[in-house]
Design a protein around this ligand. Sequence first.
Ligand code: 13P
Ligand code: SF4
Length: 328
Amino acid sequence: MTVMTANLAGVDVRAEIERLRKERNAVILAHYYQKPEIQDLADYIGDSLELSRRAAESKADVIAFCGVKFMAETAKILAPEKTVILPDLDAGCSLEDSCPPEKFKAFRAAHPDHIALTYINCSTEVKALSDIIVTSSSAETILSQIPRDQKIIFGPDRHLGGYLSRKFDREMLLWPGVCIVHEAFSETELIKLKAQHPGVPVAAHPECPPHIVDHADYVGSTSGILNYAKAMPGDTLIVATEPHIMHQMQLAMPAKTFIGAPGADGQCSCNICPYMALNTLEKLYLALRDLTPQVHIEEGLRLQAKKSLDRMLEMASGTVGKGDLGAR
Ligand code: 13P
Ligand code: SF4
């Protein structure tokens, strides 16, 4: 990072990104958890499902994916002819890390009568071992299409799986992965915050553990939470997901107040995703300039992983990017 800063002295990074975006015919996709300065120059901001669709439909030659690695890999799986760059290839995900492909393969082999319904937050190898991928915005629509007598393995997020299992009153075998960011919310601090703001609703991402989700008036994906904030009758919302989404909320609804749900000591920054935070404007500029780091996926693996993603896109076709798991 020190070397990079020195090399960029005198460079107008924003202007260079603008120039390179046109020169390379690049589209910049950004997740809601990206830093505000990245969100502000993105062509599209969205949740995991929306960004996958954008990648699949894009006419650009280069996709600059400002998110984490599994998202950039998804873009490459769906749009193999495009150059897919990610500002920092170390931008991983604790859910992906929790689910090594060889262990997932063995788990599947031990339950041959189960299908694998798998959260998109996983490696390409795990996608290739899965039957259907879901995002938090498409999970409910997809699960409702699977016959009730069909046994299901759900991985790697046990909280999203548990939430769906409770809501649908349907047993699923859950892989024990968690998102370290959503795990860090404190129920005690949330109760205190609610007491300070009586009547103010709570919106939570389903990656949160049940002791947080149980306090929520609305549970949904990042886009779902954003839409809930627009539609809610009041002017204040407690938000239990990665706090960078509040940048978009504040831009869209300047008159409303958004309060981030607290972490363990009430004011830690433990709910900022450390992986998403690896991306910076400087790294985005360098990636556009040098077309590296790039995502590469072996073709056989890509085709295998694409099957489960295609199933998701087909089965979620009625989900118009609303990101809705709906009210509890
Ligand atoms: P969504 O944007 O699909 O809600 O997912 C959040 C997430 O897991 C990002 O890592
Ligand atoms: Fe992974 Fe959680 Fe970060 Fe999303 S917020 S990338 S699920 S660690």
